[in-house]
Design a protein around this ligand. Sequence first.
Ligand code: ADP
Ligand code: MG
Length: 233
Amino acid sequence: MLTVNGLTAGYGGSQVLHGVSLHVAAGETVVVLGPNGHGKTTLLRAISGLLRPTAGTVELDGVNLTHLPTEAIVAAGVVHIPQGDLPFPEMTVLENLLVGAYRPEAWAERHERLERVFALFPRLAERRKQLARSLSGGERRMLALGRGLMSKARVLMIDEPSLGLAPLVIEQVYNTIHEIKRSGLSILLVDENADHVAGLADRMYLLEAGTLVREGPAEELLRDQALLAAYLG
Ligand SMILES: Nc1ncnc2c1ncn2[C@@H]1O[C@H](COP(=O)(O)OP(=O)(O)O)[C@@H](O)[C@H]1O
Ligand SMILES: [Mg+2]
């Protein structure tokens, strides 16, 4: 469904991604595992058009999205949940969620979508009138995920959702991603911790210095402790 072919991207003169090829099938959860600084965020940004790839293609169901504006890539259903905090701390939880549904086709379904998000995140329902900045780190991460679900996503790209969270909260966040997976959405998640994605990932890639060095069923790669230790340190 999502097919990335030979994607190359970087910043200024320095190339970070060196011809990355991957795919995500319908309903599949694919994880790209890689150590800090190896290009995970750059990969998601290059797919979502926030960063212009210098070579390669991004296709969704055979439609070429490469070089389209980010806006059009979102409209096609590729939705990127960035790492780190929310951009709208001075808006309420509800307003932040509605921003996720700003495109006309999602706006028309915003009530049903809100209900789904609130069912998935009861804490957000309780806090719908609070300013986003008053939420805890874990709740803000939930809000970022919820906002992604308010759009008409076909592939949800999630950047290191554990970043900066306490272990217990990390577990809650990944449990929620599990729920999202069960709803049938395709997921492309990048992470640097193999433990987080055990039981969640269907298939995995290992990213090393901007190149995918391994690909396989998640169970198989996660079983190979020697490989993971050598690779993630
Ligand atoms: N905005 C930027 N400008 C210049 N270099 C960057 C920028 N963002 C990331 N980089 C560099 O690109 C490389 C990959 O970074 P990144 O994709 O953020 O890795 P990861 O998400 O795996 O930690 C790193 O060497 C980083 O320093
Ligand atoms: Mg990153």
